[in-house]
Ligand binder design. Structure first.
Ligand code: ATP
Ligand code: MG
Length: 180
């Protein structure tokens, strides 16, 4: 049966192919078209690039972006303690909780939350309690590779980006305006 009432959706963009954050950005643009306020919380610092950061500024005051990540975890130049990364990710969850309970943002984007979960920076319970506390009318978008199966189960809309071809495979580096 078709229900015409508006319902907050839990949207998950996952998979190895390019386009997860891009898809979330597309929803941001659409929401701004209705003059909605949108909050983006970035769980892995650096996951949003110069181009979109500048673009989002042009969408102010409707759109705000908060970076809570402490940079890349466990790779070459990562000198931070794991617990610093965990504290930053927890801060992101708390920020999301406040933003959502404030009721001013019909659309909230939790960028790379699935990655924060996969890395063990936050635990399933942190996210479950956040989702449980989310009002029925609020839309939530979670991006990142390796979304856990329970999140996929719980979501209303899940799209898995599949890498069919990526210029990187042909030795073509990230392009301005396309990747950053
Ligand atoms: P985008 O931000 O372009 O939508 P994404 O959110 O799907 O990408 P992430 O896992 O967040 O992908 O990866 C971040 C960066 O890695 C982006 O700059 C993106 O261009 C690049 N990237 C994404 N998918 C691939 C891939 N399959 N091969 C190589 N690079 C990729
Ligand atoms: Mg991304």
């Amino acid at each position: 049966m078709v229900n015409q009432e508006s319902k907050g959706l839990l949207v998950v963009y996952t998979g190895n192919g390019k386009g997860k954050t891009t898809a979330a950005l597309g929803m941001v643009v659409r929401a701004v078209g209705y003059d909605w306020r949108v909050c983006i919380i970035q769980f892995v610092k650096g996951s949003w690039k110069y181009g979109e950061l500048k673009g989002i500024k042009r969408l102010a005051p409707n759109v705000e972006l908060h970076t809570v990540g402490e940079g890349f975890v466990g790779i070459v130049d990562d000198k931070k303690e794991f617990n610093q990364h965990q504290a930053a990710a927890k801060e992101g969850i708390e920020m999301a909780r406040k933003i959502i309970s404030g009721g001013e943002f019909p659309l909230v984007i939790l960028d790379e939350l699935s990655v924060a979960l996969k890395l063990g920076l936050i635990c399933d319970e942190d996210v479950v309690s956040l989702l449980d506390a989310c009002p029925k009318s609020n839309h939530l978008v979670v991006t990142g590779r390796d979304a856990p199966s329970w999140l996929i189960e719980r979501a209303d809309l899940v799209t898995e980006m599949t890498e069919v071809k990526h210029p990187f495979q042909a030795g073509i580096l990230a392009q301005k305006g396309i990747d950053w």
